[in-house]
Design a protein around this ligand. Structure first.
Ligand SMILES: [Zn+2]
Ligand SMILES: [Zn+2]
Length: 245
């Protein structure tokens, strides 16, 4: 049976240098559950080591977790990769790391902590996660699709790191499965602002970097379950699944 699911498909953890350190797996699962979200996706900058721990923290509970990553292309465009399972994420992660130069400077950019479901630090990621990969947007979208994933253009209305800010337009055949609107603009204003993008599915997300922001701009989807496959069908408007609003 189809019902409304509240989805926040763009949440960072303490692995992102710009996110709060209290965004560790157990805390963010607790917050998302308290906010009555049904599905969340974990999307750290160019990295994904905390995804498995978020999944463990959510095990046995009602919250659906979609593995993901927010990848920066060579054009400095942010793209969300949402994938069916951890194996797919590991594959994309290897590809991203093969094309991500540089080392993090913790004093400049912040800490990049890998934290398990018990809140214990497993390690520190030393790569320059805030940097851009050497992957072009088209190359990255193709790779995400090869791994069975969904490619979503992040916060297209923002004045930095969005496909619109960097390239000025979005082609009809860009390959994006959906376009994300930031919570500052919202779905309704975005439809008025971007009539030329009417064929695309829009979603809104919190892009939360701190706990209180989780769930502040959920996308309501009509789904049969809180899974990747159902979210994919909603983005493709198949079998009654859809984004509401
Ligand atoms: Zn972003
Ligand atoms: Zn983000």
């Amino acid at each position: 049976m189809l019902r409304e699911y509240y989805c926040d498909l763009h949440i960072h953890t303490c692995l992102s240098p710009c996110a709060d350190l209290d965004m560790h797996p157990a805390a963010l699962v607790r917050q998302a559950t308290e906010k009555r979200l049904d599905v969340i996706a974990i999307c750290d900058h160019n990295a994904s080591e905390n995804v498995r721990y978020v999944m463990r923290a959510a095990e046995g509970g009602p919250l659906g977790i979609i593995p993901g990553m927010e990848i920066t292309t060579s054009e400095e465009v942010h793209i969300l990769a949402l994938v069916p399972g951890l194996d797919d994420l590991v594959g994309i992660q290897q590809f991203v790391y093969d094309h991500l130069p540089g080392q993090n400077d913790e004093r400049l950019f912040g800490c990049q902590a890998v934290v398990n479901e018990k809140g214990e630090v497993e390690g520190i990621n030393e790569r320059l996660l805030i940097g851009a990969t050497q992957l072009s947007m088209n190359e990255l979208i193709g790779t995400i699709h090869e791994f069975g994933g969904l490619a979503v253009a992040s916060h297209i209305d923002r004045e930095s790191f969005s496909v619109v800010s960097q390239l000025g337009f979005i082609d009809d055949d860009s390959g994006f499965d959906a376009l994300e609107i930031s919570r500052a603009m919202g779905m309704k204003r975005a439809r008025e602002r971007y009539p030329e993008l009417s064929q695309y599915t829009f979603i809104t997300s919190s892009d939360a970097h701190c706990l209180i922001d989780i769930g502040t701009a959920p996308t309501v989807m009509k789904l049969a379950a809180g899974t990747f496959e159902e979210v994919k069908m909603a983005m493709q408007r198949r079998e009654g699944r859809c984004v509401i609003g």
